[in-house]
Design a protein around this ligand. Structure first.
Ligand code: LP5
Ligand code: MN
Length: 241
């Protein structure tokens, strides 16, 4: 049966070789039969520019390119860790960059996909941070800095984030229900797939007076997590790395 796969929050980094191995084996064994693979952000733990010579990036680009050359279309939506991933890397990896919110029509099903961070509207501190670092001119300025300087800034941001999160409640760091209903109503969809919160689940809700579903992908910490959409519907799958 034809299938399309969705994943998010793999958080690849050189410090986590088991996750890298699990992801590469997913690309080599699980993904090749699919029509398409959608990566919904935070593929990488942190991204400071396509010119980063990190060998992990070359390895992942080669594996993704092999997959797309075998006929599996690959798409990428930015996360809050890898929002600077650009055309240069995307081309090398053979994947197409998508906007932050994208409608996909699959096997007569219409879904909305996104990373999920924009739904966390109760987290005012984060939304302010996001607006700042999404300014094009600031990004250009950042990308023009020497790599070592970018690395230092990024690790300072990561530390700030870790510290800030210790003082935030789980509710604040989850999605806001009104934001979910609003965006689903706006796009007239009964199904939303996103990641970011690392709280894998399928939530039932009502949109436009009809039953709807919000499917949340899990992070690849101890196991892999994906959603498989086929003509029969959407299915949540966790698997060992
Ligand atoms: O990522 P995680 O899981 O820890 O928490 C996220 C939110 N945090 C972030 C920040 C990232 O972790 C850091 C990403 C580094 C990217 C490197 C490239 C940098 C490029 C700069 C280009 C201009 O996304 C966290 C959320 C949490 O998810 C749950 O949703 O709460 O939000 C925060 O921690 C943000 C704090 O609340 C606010 C911190 C203010 C820091 C001010 C720094 C100002 C920088 C100005 C730009 C130079
Ligand atoms: Mn995220």
């Amino acid at each position: 049966m034809p299938a399309t796969l969705f994943i998010a929050d793999i958080h690849l980094s050189q410090d986590e070789p088991a996750i890298t191995a699990g992801f590469l084996s997913f690309l080599a064994r699980e993904a090749p039969g699919a029509d398409a693979l959608y990566i919904l952000g935070d593929l990488f733990e942190v991204w400071i520019g396509d010119d980063d010579p990190n060998p992990l990036h070359q390895q992942v680009a080669a594996a993704l390119r092999q997959l797309s050359e075998s006929g599996v279309r690959c798409y990428f939506i930015h996360g809050n860790r890898d929002f600077l991933l650009g055309q240069r890397f995307a081309r090398r990896a053979g994947m197409q960059l998508l906007p932050a919110e994208q409608i996909v029509n699959l096997y007569d099903q219409r879904l909305l996909i996104m990373h999920g961070d924009t739904l966390c509207t109760d987290d005012a501190g984060y939304q302010r941070f996001r607006r700042q670092v999404h300014r094009r001119w600031l990004q250009r300025l950042f990308l023009a800095l020497p790599l070592a300087v970018r690395q230092r800034i990024a690790s300072r941001m990561r530390n700030n984030s870790r510290q800030a999160n210790q003082h935030k409640s789980l509710e604040i760091m989850d999605v806001n229900q009104q934001a979910v209903e609003q965006v689903m109503t706006h796009y007239q969809v009964q199904r939303l797939i996103h990641g970011h919160t690392h709280r894998p689940a399928v939530h039932a809700l009502e949109v436009n007076h009809a039953a709807a579903e919000r499917m949340v992908l899990g992070a690849w910490h101890h196991e892999g997590s994906m959603i498989k959409v086929t003509p029969d519907g959407a299915q949540f799958i966790a698997f060992p790395l």
